[in-house]
Design a protein around this ligand. Sequence first.
Ligand SMILES: [Zn+2]
Length: 149
Amino acid sequence: MQEIKIHNWILEVDVEKTYEQYKTAKWDLCDCTNCLNYYEAMGQTTQEQEELFKKLGIIPSKCVHLSEYGPFEKKLHLYNGCYHIVGKIKEGKPVDTSSWNDENTADINGFSFVFSNDLDFVPGSFPRPVLQMDFTVSIPWIIKEPYGQ
Ligand SMILES: [Zn+2]
């Protein structure tokens, strides 16, 4: 386990094991256009966002749970979802999606996230202990297929 400090949290994370899961595990990924747009967009993250995912072992275009709302302002689509990480919170409060505020939420170039104790949609093969990152992000529609189909 590696210790990683992010925002108000100190995490203990097994980066290699996490990355191994994202890289090789066969997860049931949704193939609707909303999700396909997200996978595609997360292949083009900013450098700071890329560093965050790398640090945690996450491949952001592989996401087992997404909800899409939009389009809103500037034609951006709002997505909520979660990623799982092999690890746990060592210091700092877990934050439930219902109790987000400016103080307890981290943000990297519009990718807002918390680490929570909730465990939803964890792939069956995922090694324990599991840590959940809940996030929200607004991204443009970038795939050829039109929205709403
Ligand atoms: Zn979908």
